[in-house]
Design a protein. Sequence first.
Length: 125
Amino acid sequence: MAKVTGIGGLFFRARDPKALAQWYETHLGIDDIARSAWHQAAGPTVFAPFAVDTAYFGRDSQQWMVNFRVDDLDAMMARLAAAGIAVETRAEWDSEVGRFCRIHDPEGNPIELWEPVPGLPDTVG
């Protein structure tokens, strides 16, 4: 049976797409499609619809939130903070699947950064 094998892209609107793409490249190391396709490291990906009234994304109008896997959350948080980017952490965000923090891009979109626990199983919970 044919099935989806992964996420092929994430597309979203921006007031200034060129500047926003540059921000993602500078601070998170993600090339935009105008330069090259981003090849990500193999690892877990979570696809999870949330309740329409969730407070997890921040503002009520936010319809989506991207979560990026990172290999060293502490180093990433230090680099972002040194660049003047506010980094938010909460103890309740950390769980048996790993550690998390949240930042926002220049257009206010929430970005979750996740350092999975080593050897995370295919099923959790």
